[in-house]
Structures are given as structure tokens and as C-alpha cells.
Design a protein around this ligand. Structure first.
Ligand SMILES: NC(=O)c1ccc[n+]([C@@H]2O[C@H](COP(=O)([O-])OP(=O)(O)OC[C@H]3O[C@@H](n4cnc5c(N)ncnc54)[C@H](OP(=O)(O)O)[C@@H]3O)[C@@H](O)[C@H]2O)c1
Length: 233
């Protein structure tokens, strides 16, 4: 029980990396606040956690709407009195030649991967400053560290997430708040299996691998984890 009574807000918590992280941190005693848009899927994760003896609060939220993100953090504080950790796991890739990227696709990539992360970080920071401690973990991507063909637009927004993370770590470090990013290579989520059915999936990470990295950051002493971008590839 390495995270007993810590309060963790996790976005994208109904599927993939976010769901695996919610299950793993709840297993370690954290009280988890689960955010995604589809209520039924969130409730299913919350039920799984409750059946295992944990505590979870599903809060349907679209992270691209700042008012909904504010309401999410307010719900977490109302229910559990604090926010110790934020994990931002909403995001989606776009695999196509850059010159074919439409305005709509670009706007959606920015909204889901970057704007949502900005809104969530901004919403938890006042509370973390009051507490003089906190941890933010943004799930970026290998594409946020290196350029890959057919992933230019995704790479641009994920570099943005990494840049936000490094700058926030510098800005908030003195307040006792750590800000980290995790940059995974391909992860065997349901969505990825559908998008790339013919890829060699034997080298892919599992969602639990990424959750384990979040747990590592959540349980590492501050001086080890400040301003760290963790590459998982
Ligand atoms: N899978 C990979 O190979 C991989 C590799 C590197 C990095 N990543 C990054 O890891 C993160 C998680 O990816 P994943 O593959 O685990 O995703 P996923 O399995 O597709 O799950 C996405 C989650 O985000 C939620 N979501 C989507 N749009 C949302 C919005 N506007 N507001 C709130 N929730 C929203 C979804 O639920 P609803 O649709 O119900 O809202 C779902 O819970 C992303 O940032 C992704 O870029 C993934």
C-alpha cells in the first residue's frame, strides 16, 4: 500500500493506459478520481476498484472544456479533501502524410493532447500550491522526443506536452510540486491493436508497463523525480 489515502485524478481513465494506471494506483491504496467522457465505461472501472476494496469516484469530463475540468477538480476536493497526484492520459495519434492533415484533424489533435493537458495542470496547481506538494504526470509519447514519419502533427503536439512539462517543473519546483512526463513507444491498447492489426506487437509495451512507470514516479523521492522525462522506448 505505497499510496495509502493519496488522492489521484486520472484522465482517460476508462481505457488503455489511464485505466491500467487507475487500477494499479488504487491497488496501492490511492483514492482515484476517474475522468473520461463516457459515464458507463468510467463506472465499470470504478466498480472493479470498489469490488477489490478500493475507492474510486467516476466524474464524466471532457478535458477540452475548461469548465468541465474545473468541475472535475472541485469534485475530487469535495469527495476526498485534496489532490496529491494528477495523471493526464487523454490523447490520440494521427498517422498520415503531414501534407494531407486537415484543419479539423489538427485542431482535434491540439485540443485532446495539449489543450486538455494544459487545462488539467492549470486546474490542480492552486490546490497543490496550498498543500505545498503535488505530482503531475503527463503521458506524452516517443513522438514527443523524436521525429517519426507519418506522425508529424502528433509529434508536434507531444513535443508541446514535453515542453509544458519541463517548463512547469521549473516554475512549480519551488512550491514542492513535481511535474514529469512519460514518453512511451507503442502500447498494446485496444485502440492500437485495431489501428495497426498487422504490426509486430511483440515489442509493444503493455498499459501496465506505463502504469508501473507512473507508480515509480509517484513513489520516488522528490529529488530523483523533479523535471524528469521518462523515455519508455
Ligand atoms: N497507445 C499507445 O501506443 C500510446 C503510445 C504512446 C503514447 N500514448 C499516449 O498515451 C495516452 C493514452 O493513450 P491510450 O492509448 O491509453 O488511449 P485510449 O486507450 O484510446 O484511451 C483514451 C481514453 O481517453 C478518454 N478520452 C478521449 N478523449 C477525451 C476527452 N476529450 N476528454 C476526456 N477523456 C477523453 C477515452 O474515453 P472517452 O472516449 O469515453 O472519453 C479513454 O478513456 C495518450 O496521450 C496517447 O497519446 C499512447
Amino acid at each position: 500500500m505505497k499510496l495509502r489515502d493519496q488522492v489521484v485524478v486520472i484522465t482517460g481513465a476508462s481505457e488503455g493506459i489511464g485505466k491500467a494506471t487507475a487500477l494499479m494506483l488504487a491497488e496501492q491504496g490511492a483514492r482515484v478520481v476517474l475522468a473520461a467522457r463516457t459515464r458507463a465505461n468510467l463506472e465499470s472501472v470504478a466498480d472493479t476498484i470498489a469490488r477489490a476494496g478500493g475507492q474510486a469516484l467516476p466524474v464524466p469530463t471532457d478535458v477540452t472544456d475548461s469548465r468541465q475540468v474545473t468541475a472535475l477538480v472541485e469534485a475530487a476536493i469535495r469527495a476526498y479533501g485534496q489532490v496529491d497526484i494528477l495523471v493526464c492520459s487523454v490523447g490520440r495519434g494521427l498517422r498520415k502524410p503531414f501534407i494531407e492533415t486537415t484543419d479539423e484533424e489538427w485542431a482535434q489533435l491540439v485540443a485532446e493532447n495539449l489543450t486538455g493537458t494544459v487545462y488539467c495542470c492549470r486546474a490542480v496547481l492552486p490546490r497543490m500550491r496550498l498543500q505545498h506538494r503535488g505530482l503531475i504526470v503527463n503521458i506524452a509519447s516517443r513522438s514527443g522526443r523524436a521525429g517519426e514519419a507519418l506522425l508529424a502533427a502528433y509529434s508536434a503536439v507531444k513535443h508541446g506536452v514535453v515542453g509544458l512539462t519541463k517548463a512547469l517543473a521549473a516554475e512549480e519546483g519551488a512550491s514542492g510540486i513535481r511535474v514529469n512526463a512519460i514518453c512511451p513507444g507503442p502500447v498494446a491498447t485496444e485502440r492500437m491493436r485495431k489501428i495497426l492489426p498487422n504490426a509486430d506487437q511483440t515489442t509493444w509495451l503493455t498499459p501496465e508497463d506505463v502504469a508501473q512507470a507512473v507508480l515509480f514516479l509517484a513513489t520516488s523521492p522528490g529529488h530523483l523525480a523533479q523535471a524528469k522525462v521518462l523515455d519508455l522506448f
